[in-house]
Design a protein around this ligand. Structure first.
Ligand SMILES: [Zn+2]
Length: 342
């Protein structure tokens, strides 16, 4: 799960090459993803370009033992570093975003999801850690002539700084970068990270193009069969027929977007330290409930979460309180620490 943690120990001078090597190693050991070392408290980040974790794909999860879900998450600094007021700016990187076949409903759908998150029950999954106030602004686009070179965090950070402008980035900003790069042999669907534009520290995330990628697909009942592209109709779904309201690619991106945002909020990279909430194995709130789906809060199928009057299939987030009180939904064994805010 923490495939990039080795990077934390690498000096800045060797970041690029070391990352490439680490990535290669991880790809070569796709079925042993959890070999990455466990983090120690207050892990020091010596580079300004790093990634906290890579959200594993379903495929690699199937080949690995489940992450430790038995332990509660721990605050790694005092006071714990979490984000409260967060402003999200989605960024779309890749020449294909000019192509309506790829773009389909994704740009509208992701923007809509982010803009409605703050009023959702799902936001309450982090309320025991932070009083989150989330807002979002219009998406930005990287120059369509700039093709996506790689998922390397330093490359992604460079695109964020360029698209937003180093003078305009926000220290409470979160910049999820959606690319047209297929996952290929990578054993993760997305990751979140942190870095610096100019003198401003920011949080960002990276997402592959998840079209027709079963390894990163929540199999949402609200998405049509893979490959089809149906227009989204936000607002028409609540309480009514929800089938075929979003494309498969959008549904897959929103599912992992929820995971990365909630992890960023509860465990941001601040001051060169990951000082937020994660358990003794390094698993953050999203990791501990990855690819598990709770009961619907709309009376519909498993995993259904209502946001902005629209149904999404979203994996859960870990709640220490729910585990202690046994009020979350049942996952591994008798654990009930995963919640969706329903
Ligand atoms: Zn994660």
């Amino acid at each position: 799960m923490k495939k990039y943690l080795l990077l934390l120990l690498i000096t800045q001078a060797f970041t690029m090459n070391a990352f490439a090597e680490q990535k290669k190693q991880n790809n070569a050991h796709n079925e042993a993803e959890d070999l990455a070392p466990e983090p120690t408290s207050n892990t020091t980040i010596t580079s300004y370009q790093w990634a906290k974790e890579a959200h594993s794909s379903r495929k690699s999860r199937r080949h690995n033992p489940p992450p430790s879900v038995s332990s509660l998450m721990i605050a790694h600094t005092s006071p714990v570093t979490v984000m409260s007021t967060v402003i999200t700016t989605p960024i779309f990187w890749g020449s294909s975003w000019a192509n309506s076949t790829l773009a389909s409903d994704k740009i509208i759908g992701l923007s809509y999801w982010y803009s409605n998150l703050n009023s959702s029950h799902y936001k309450s999954t982090v309320s025991e850690y932070t009083n989150l106030i989330h807002s979002s602004i219009a998406p930005l686009f990287v120059n369509s002539a700039t093709s996506v070179s790689s998922s390397n965090p330093s490359n992604v950070l460079t695109q964020v700084c360029t698209a937003v402008g180093s003078a305009n980035v926000k220290s409470n900003g979160y910049y999820p970068v959606y690319t047209d790069l297929p996952r290929g042999t990578a054993n993760y669907c997305a990751y979140h990270s942190a870095g610096t534009c100019g003198r401003t520290q920011i949080q960002f995330a990276f997402f592959f193009n998840l079209n027709n990628d079963p390894g990163c697909d929540p199999a949402s009942p609200y998405a049509p069969v893979a490959g089809a592209a149906n227009a989204q109709n936000p607002g028409l779904v609540a309480g009514g027929s929800s089938a075929y309201q979003q494309s498969q690619g959008l549904a897959a991106l929103v599912n992992v977007s929820a995971h990365e945002l909630m992890e960023t909020v509860t465990d941001p990279g601040i001051g060169g330290i990951w000082g937020g909430w994660y358990d003794s194995t390094g698993a953050e709130n999203g990791d501990k409930c990855a690819w598990t789906f709770g009961p619907s809060n709309t009376g519909l199928s498993s995993g259904t979460v209502l946001i902005g009057g629209f149904d999404w299939k979203l994996q859960g987030e870990w709640s220490n309180t729910a585990q202690i009180n046994q009020t979350g939904y049942l996952t591994t064994g008798s654990l009930k620490g995963c919640v969706t805010g329903s």
